[in-house]
Design a protein around this ligand. Structure first.
Ligand SMILES: Cc1cc2nc3c(=O)[nH]c(=O)nc-3n(C[C@H](O)[C@H](O)[C@H](O)COP(=O)(O)O)c2cc1C
Length: 191
């Protein structure tokens, strides 16, 4: 079975990462890493109950998902010897973006991303900020030149979204497309 890593950092739009993780867990092996800052954004944006790793483990207990703290460098995904088919960072904060762009692997998310880059594996990063500064854009360009896919969570309107769920599914569906994973989460443009 294919194995994917989903990392959620402390940027707005935690729902994208959670929706992606739940979709993947239906058919694949999933390792989920949540940064410490992400817990505070998650409890604010999704539910006050989702405030720490134990509460996320409880929420995902029926899924094929292993949840890791950002401090867990003993996790298999910290090593290039562990075979991973792809990694998503959704949403990706400017801090994590910057750390990856400069090889500053001080937590499990930035270390796993560093491993993906050095091993030539697929890494999809969904940076969330508005507006982007030149620092952010330079970091994205640097990663893009290394083969990292930069896919910000930008909604579209050509599929006539009927609400928030359609807009979330559009972004998640596009991220899955970029990894080459079949999905029908959004209505495609047929001309
Ligand atoms: C409610 C809330 C929303 C935030 N949204 C963003 C955001 O959209 N983009 C961003 O780069 N940082 C955002 N931040 C700041 C990050 O959480 C902060 O820079 C943090 O250090 C990121 O750490 P991490 O990358 O390890 O998760 C937000 C913080 C809070 C409390």
């Amino acid at each position: 079975m294919k194995k994917y890593v989903v990392a959620i950092t402390g940027a707005s739009g935690i729902v994208y990462g959670m929706t992606l993780m739940i979709f993947l867990a239906k058919a694949y092996n999933v390792d989920l890493i949540i940064s410490e800052s992400a817990f505070s954004v998650m409890s604010h944006e999704l539910s006050p109950e989702l405030k720490d790793i134990e509460s996320v483990k409880l929420k995902t207990k029926d899924l094929d998902v292993r949840v890791y703290s950002e401090r867990d460098f003993y996790a298999p995904i910290a090593s290039g010897s562990n075979k991973i088919d792809g990694m998503f960072i959704v949403p990706c904060s400017m801090k994590t973006l910057s750390a990856i762009a400069s090889g500053f692997a001080d937590n499990l998310i930035t270390r796993a991303a560093d491993v993906m880059i050095k091993e030539g594996r697929k890494l999809i990063v969904s940076p969330r900020e508005m507006p982007f500064s030149s620092i952010h854009l330079e970091n994205m360009l640097k990663l893009s030149r290394l083969g990292v896919v930069i896919a910000p969570p930008v909604p579209a309107f050509y599929h006539n979204p009927q609400g928030l769920e359609d807009m979330i599914n559009f972004v998640v569906g596009k991220l899955l497309d970029l990894m080459g994973i079949e999905n029908d989460l959004y209505r495609r443009w047929n001309g």
